[in-house]
Design a protein around this ligand. Structure first.
Ligand code: T6T
Length: 330
């Protein structure tokens, strides 16, 4: 073979080897055989790990993990729903360097920098339930909370006959979910119910006793109070217990977000008129499926947001099969 042809052949061989090496992992030493299938690990950092909503989300995440052969680690503070207590758990997850992190950020801004640290460390992050005010996460999986707030306004208006004073109890300002619920609720009252006098929101810091005390003060300060919208599990449990303790069950109408076991029980008992129930199991399930897709290289087509739906639950439909998936099973 002429020397020139030999040289061209050698160059082609080297080029081909380079292409194969690049395709198999960006310059890593090419292995001679396929290595064993990697077990991926995904962390799920809850807003608060003791909450029925996140415990149900955990179940969905673990079910998806089991199907995909992915290890799902559920973590989070049980002390409070706050950035100060959540960030150490996020940092703990980053230190383990999992393949992905799912997180329900407890504040729209305070969690931006800590989440950025995870991303800078090469860990893809998906926000579940709540989101942050900077589009750095791969995607967000959540309820349509504005629509949920509007549905709550319609349900409360129906319960009180569309007129009178109503109040609201939420967690803290700065949380994407509850802020959107508040926004939807106020907008719907303004647009559709001119005879409802909205007294505004009180914040309970996700503390049931505080929610309860605020509700008692609200009822004392407004003897004609017709109804209350409680914007999550803990606010709801506090509101329900204060209304029950005051002997005003059925008199002050209640609409609450979420469907934890005590809320469902109070709905069945007639203390709560309607629940806007989310689908936390589905949020956890889809979060893990999307993370798996992303980390296994199937990145095209992943949208920036996925909605998982919600349902208005009343005494009339609470036992129907279509509603079952919306009732939390912590
Ligand atoms: O309502 C849920 C969740 O959607 C929200 O972000 C925080 O509160 C809950 O966990 C219920 O307590």
């Amino acid at each position: 073979m002429p020397r020139r042809m030999l040289f061209v052949l050698a160059a082609l061989t080297v080029g081909l080897a380079f292409l194969v090496a690049s395709a198999s992992g960006g310059g890593a030493a090419p292995s001679t055989h396929q290595s064993a299938k990697k077990t991926y690990t995904i962390y799920l950092v809850a807003g608060i790990a003791s909450d029925a909503f996140y415990l149900t989300m955990k179940k969905g995440a673990q079910a998806a993990g089991k199907k995909l052969g992915v290890k799902v680690v559920f973590t989070g503070s049980t002390a409070s729903f706050s950035p100060n207590t959540q960030i150490p758990f996020l940092n703990g997850a980053i230190a383990r360097h999992p393949d992905a992190i799912l997180i329900a950020p407890t504040d729209k801004t305070a969690l931006i920098a800590p989440i950025q640290r995870a991303i800078s460390a090469g860990i893809p992050v998906i926000t579940v339930d709540t989101f942050i005010a900077k589009p750095i996460a791969v995607t967000n999986v959540s309820t349509d909370n504005v629509a949920g707030g509007k549905a709550a306004a319609d349900a409360l208006a129906k319960a009180i006959g569309s007129s009178g004073d109503v109040g609201a109890i939420s967690v803290n300002p700065g949380i994407s979910t509850t802020d959107q619920r508040a926004q939807g609720f106020a907008a719907q009252l303004k647009a559709k119910y001119p005879n409802i006098n909205y007294l505004g929101i009180q914040y309970c810091n996700d503390d049931q006793t505080k929610a309860s005390n605020e509700t008692s003060a609200l009822m004392n300060g407004h003897p004609n109070l017709k109804g209350i919208f409680a914007m999550n599990v803990v606010s709801g449990n506090g509101v329900t217990s204060a209304v029950t303790a005051a002997g005003k069950s059925g008199q002050v109408k209640l609409v609450e977000f979420d469907a934890g076991p005590p809320q469902v029980q109070a709905l069945k008992a007639g203390t709560i008129d309607a629940l806007v129930a989310q689908y936390p199991y589905g949020i956890g399930q889809l979060g893990v499926q999307l993370a798996y897709k992303y980390i296994t290289g199937h990145r095209t087509g992943i949208k920036k947001h996925y909605g998982t739906g919600s349902a208005v639950v009343t005494k009339a439909n609470v036992n129907s099969p279509a509603i079952k998936k919306y009732l939390y099973t912590p």
